[in-house]
Design a binder for this molecule. Structure first.
Ligand code: CA
Length: 483
């Protein structure tokens, strides 16, 4: 498989004499010159890469998120191991898959007594903060300061919980979270490095824009994605049975207006799509503005040079793709996470990388950057060398995925599978109700519209991928009953 070969492209001026040459091979972060770096980890909720202009969005512009990529790296193959909010956050905190950290779906409660990267950074002398959307039910642990939204939180005048105390706030949630993040940095202990998690609620459903962006796109016609009219034929019945269709499953609360009388069929579906996507993009525009505000603040404070800034989202999202909103499936729009990062002197400006990174890699990566050894039970691997442009020769060429939440709220069957550069093999399962496989040829069918599982020409590939799944499940210690 080609994935073991690094396919990085350094677009910046450093070329072959990139940061690797500057910092000398596999030099550990602890040996980086100067003070230990700060970490500003910005994460939004449900922001798909195809609604970010540096990822080639056809429908919006995100100049501030693009700035991070321009001054640093854009990962084009960052994948989520369980594409849903709470579970992805638990994977990120622990560096472990859902079945190991115990947070399989959004009905779970995070066991805050377990090992997480913020705790390890705190033990290593970092000041740690968690601001914004937490969504793990139990109170945050491992933070010197936390100020979170309860549950999903509100877009306007939200309640927030500051170190255990409820405080009603006035304003728009994305602005307030950024204000609070900036205040944490302003009040920081200047003798210690910090790790700040600035986690936005936006652009999570039900997409309520602020006044500044309320009329944005009003006169525009936003094009539907190519697969908007997917008929779900030639695949598992899982796709057809999912309840997240733009033309059927958006509620009056989502749409916020009654459809004009007389609209039906494709015209009504398009009207609903426009209602949905415009509010989604307005909410994204506010996230982007606030990313810019935080970047400007870091510049003003003189912190830009010694701070890793990351922008990502807890998973991707369907923006009308396959006719859907929401996420969950192992299809690309949901599986792929945007990930851009800037760290001057370590990440060469304008780097674009296609090596496979996972959400379970974030914890070991942040620890590596801080010079803290990642514990052996973390299942991810530091991709700091990848960010530096020095992908290890034995870097992964495949990943394992598993999703659990069923039947509510969107009737997406549990599934697991393997993803390589060339293929996805997905098994939808539910004892007595569902036992179907899909094989996607990613090169020939990038829109993921046709399963080739029953095509004799692919029999050997299916066999090999099934063996790979078995090996992954053993290595990752997935309990047998989760199948
Ligand atoms: Ca989410």
């Amino acid at each position: 498989m080609a994935g073991t070969i690094s396919r990085r492209h350094v677009l910046g001026g450093l070329g072959a004499l990139g940061v690797g040459a500057l910092f000398g091979g596999r030099l550990g972060a602890a040996e980086l010159p100067g003070k230990r770096p700060n970490i500003v980890f910005i994460m939004s909720d449900d922001h798909a890469a195809h609604a970010i202009s540096c990822y080639g969005s056809r429908i919006n512009k995100t100049p501030n998120i693009d700035r991070i990529a321009r001054e640093g790296v854009r990962l084009d193959n960052c994948l989520c191991t369980n594409a849903i909010c709470g579970p992805s956050r638990a994977c990120i905190l622990t560096g472990k898959y859902s079945h190991m950290n115990g947070f399989l779906d959004n009905n779970d409660t995070f066991d805050g007594s377990q090992q997480t990267f913020p705790k390890m950074l705190q033990n290593a002398g970092y000041k740690t903060a968690m601001v914004g959307k937490w969504h793990l039910v139990s109170d945050p642990t491992g933070f010197d300061y936390w100020n979170i939204l309860p549950g999903q939180g509100e877009y306007v005048d939200p309640m927030m919980i500051e170190n255990g105390k409820k405080v009603k706030r006035t304003g728009y949630v994305t602005d307030l979270i950024t204000d609070t993040a900036i205040e944490f940095i302003q009040k920081r202990d200047e003798d210690a490095p910090f790790c700040l998690m600035c986690h936005h609620k936006a652009p999570h459903r039900n997409w309520i824009p602020d006044a500044r962006h309320a009329d944005m796109y009003e006169k525009d016609d936003i094009p539907e994605p190519d697969t908007f009219k997917d008929d779900y034929a030639n695949r598992s019945k899982a796709a057809a049975e999912a309840e997240m269709r733009v033309n059927r499953d958006l509620t009056p609360t989502d749409l916020k207006q009654e459809p004009p009388p007389g609209l039906e069929g494709d015209a009504l579906a398009h009207w609903k799509y426009e209602r949905y996507i415009k509010d989604y993009l307005r909410v994204v525009a506010s996230v982007d503005d606030n990313v810019g505000r935080l970047l400007d603040f870091l510049d003003k404070e003189g912190l830009a040079e010694n701070t890793l800034v990351v922008y990502t989202s807890d998973q991707g999202f369907f923006l009308g793709d396959h006719g859907w909103f929401d996420k969950r499936f192992m299809y690309d729009e949901s599986l792929c996470m945007p990930f851009v990062a800037r760290f001057p002197g370590v990440i060469a400006p304008g780097t674009v990388n296609r090596d496979m990174a996972l959400n379970v890699d974030f914890a070991p990566t942040f620890l590596d950057l801080a010079g803290v050894k990642a514990p052996g039970d973390m299942q991810g691997r530091s991709f700091l060398p990848v960010l530096r442009g020095e992908t290890p020769p034995d870097w992964r060429a495949a990943m394992y995925y598993q999703y659990y939440e069923f039947p509510q709220p969107h009737h997406v069957y549990p599934h697991y599978g393997v993803c390589t550069d060339e293929y996805k093999l997905i098994h939808y399962y539910l004892p007595g109700k569902m036992d179907e496989w899909e094989l996607i040829d990613r090169e020939k069918d990038p829109k993921e519209l046709r399963s080739l599982c029953d095509d004799p020409a692919y029999a050997d590939i299916v066999k090999r991928l099934k063996e790979q799944i078995t090996a992954f499940r053993k290595e990752l210690r997935v309990p047998e009953e989760l199948a």
